[in-house]
Design a protein around this ligand. Structure first.
Ligand SMILES: *[C@@H]1O[C@H](CO)[C@@H](O)[C@H](O)[C@H]1NC(C)=O
Length: 579
């Protein structure tokens, strides 16, 4: 449909009184003055080119158009002065203005690169050959130049829907197809109708700088930032150093996550809160810090935990100790197993065993069989160091064995000597000792002493060694006390009658050790002996005595009287010691 609008025509007729006639022309016809613009209101996009279709009429008889021009001044000017308002002479317009019409009826004009400053009313004006008969095309064409502004919430949460509007200050005259840009890249999808862009279920990739434009126009609106916020995701923990962590190291745990807005981070060991911030540092790590760590990343939209990371702190053995696997007594023949244990990471696999006061090791491996008493300790090793345990005392107990007796003096013991017998044995714990002569207990203690020995001490002695595990007797030792002859006496062997001329046999006997083998016979009151040997044959009546000898001395018997003629024996059997 032809939407031509009719302009208001101001005709200033020639008049010294400057009369102004305002004529409203409702219809253009050949004999009227008139101007019509299509369209009469223009909303143009900044930078675009505007074409105003324009048509004018004037009475054809007698008039000739002297000058046609466009102006933005609607005040009356003298035609001569009015020429100075010709936009084609205005430096702000001259380069951009293009008159497409003619001097007959077409006053179409084109203005390019419009700016907001161009928002004005514009009027077509012509001057005829007749003085002061001219046309001023009121009310003219109103031009509004608009820019585009994106209207958008600053921030939207992931999953929400958001609508962006490309606003202009007036409704664009030309049918406009809006184009949307994100980060200067045209969006091909999800183009909404009209000037709106609807983002349904916003994703974080939708964040960016949005601007809009109109198809066929180079002008693009200023960009507006759209932030898409979302809860943390991809929460992860990195550990430095990343390989082996040894006690004493400085260790740093770093939490990273993807979120908008930035997340707050907090740290948990197991379920216990241990700190906050992106970085959790442990200056001098100890084995107590071993465990599972998690980072929690949270913002106003949610929170998320990282996977647990395990901090495994290595350390040299500590608290090394020896335990004894032995129940009851450690007796002879038993072997006792010692186990070395320690706290270390990784567990100690290398062990050495030592006996106190010995420099070289006595064994290796986690267990050790102790066969003898002593103080033992172990050393546990791993790649990070070693530690030595306290020593344990192995007290191996057994009943007495190798019980033996020694006698001092060791050779010949003579009556009156001091004799010492000592008992020795091996045992643990130390044995009690007691002494027996034959089956009779005679004393206790390791040593049994007889200060002045006499023959009645002779006999078989034994020592008994005993502890709580048993007892043992020594072999019997014989104490053989030597002594010189004593109780020497003479006995007369006579059977039947002893008549004169008969011989009488005398026997010398004595008690001695060793037995006397050497005898001497004497007549009383004579110095020299009358015979030797244990027996003596007396031939006359006299008084005789004998002397018995061994290597320890001699003794003389009492004298006996040998008488004839009648059976008569006088015998005195009591001896007398001679030395
Ligand atoms: C006036 O001139 C313009 C540009 O040459 C043209 O597009 C338009 O059709 C003309 N108007 C009429 C009514 O002839």
């Amino acid at each position: 449909m032809d939407m031509w609008s009719y302009g208001m025509i101001l005709v200033r007729m020639a008049s010294p009184l400057r009369l102004v006639f305002l004529l409203v022309i409702h219809r253009v016809s050949g004999q009227y003055w008139g101007v019509r613009y299509r369209p009469s209101h223009i909303c143009a996009l900044k930078g675009s080119t505007v074409t105003v279709y324009c048509n004018y009429t004037y009475p054809t008889c007698g008039y000739r158009i002297r000058k046609v021009f466009w102006t933005k001044t609607n005040e009356y000017e003298d035609s001569y002065e009015a020429e100075y308002t010709d936009l084609s002479k205005d430096p702000e317009y001259s380069q951009r203005l293009q008159y497409l019409g003619d001097k007959h009826n077409n006053c179409t004009i084109r203005l390019s690169h419009v700016t907001q400053k161009d928002s004005q009313n514009y009027y077509f004006r012509f001057i005829t050959n007749k003085h002061r008969e001219e046309l001023f095309g009121n009310p003219g064409v109103s031009l509004t130049v608009t820019d585009l502004q994106v209207e958008s919430p600053e921030t939207v949460t992931e999953g929400d829907s958001v609508r962006l509007t490309c606003n202009s200050s007036c409704t664009l005259t030309d049918r406009a197809t809006f184009i949307w840009y994100r980060n200067s890249q045209p969006l091909t999808e999800r183009r909404d109708r009209n000037n709106r862009l609807l983002l349904q279920s916003v994703r974080r990739e939708d964040a960016g700088r949005y601007s809009c434009g109109v198809q066929g126009h180079t002008y693009i609106s200023p960009a507006v930032q759209l932030n898409v916020t979302y809860p943390p995701k991809c929460v992860s923990v990195s550990i430095s150093p990343s390989d082996i962590i040894v006690e004493g190291d400085s260790v740093t745990l770093i939490c990273s996550s993807d979120s908008n807005s930035p997340a707050e981070m907090s740290w948990f060991k197991g379920r216990t809160f241990v700190g906050s911030g992106k970085i959790y540092s442990i200056l001098k790590i100890s084995s107590d810090h071993s465990g599972e760590y998690k980072c929690k990343s949270s913002n106003e939209h949610g929170e998320k935990y990282s996977e647990a990371v395990t901090l495994n702190v290595m350390y040299a053995p500590k608290s090394a100790s020896v335990s004894i696997f032995q129940f009851g007594q450690f007796l002879e023949g038993d072997s006792v197993t010692l186990i070395c244990s320690s706290d270390s990471n990784p567990p100690a696999l290398n062990f050495s065993w030592f006996q106190e006061n010995q420099s070289s090791s006595v064994g290796s491996g986690q267990s050790f069989s102790a066969l003898q008493s002593g103080r033992f300790y172990c050393e546990a090793h791993n790649q990070h160091g070693s530690q030595r345990s306290d020593a344990v005392t192995m007290d191996r107990q057994y009943p007495p064995k190798s019980v033996s007796v020694s006698i001092s003096p060791s050779d010949i013991i003579v009556e009156g000597d001091s004799v010492t017998m000592s008992c020795s044995s091996y045992s643990n714990p130390p044995a009690e000792m007691s002494w027996f002569k034959g089956g009779t207990f005679v004393g206790s203690g390791r040593i049994y002493s007889i200060s002045k020995i006499s023959s009645h001490h002779s006999g078989e002695y034994k020592c008994k060694s005993s502890n709580k595990h048993g007892e043992k007797y020594s072999d019997a030792v014989t104490l053989n006390v030597m002594y010189p002859p004593k109780s020497a006496s003479v006995s007369i062997i006579q059977s039947g009658q002893f008549l004169e001329g008969d011989s009488v046999t005398l026997i010398c006997s004595s008690d001695s050790n060793p037995p006397a083998l050497n005898f001497s016979w004497f007549k009383e009151n004579q110095i020299s002996s009358v015979g030797s040997g244990q027996s003596f044959i007396a031939l006359q009546s006299e008084r005789f005595y004998c002397e018995a000898h061994n290597q320890h001395g001699s003794q003389r018997s009492d004298a006996v009287t040998v008488t004839g003629e009648e059976k008569h024996l006088t015998q005195e059997a009591k001896g007398q010691e001679t030395n």
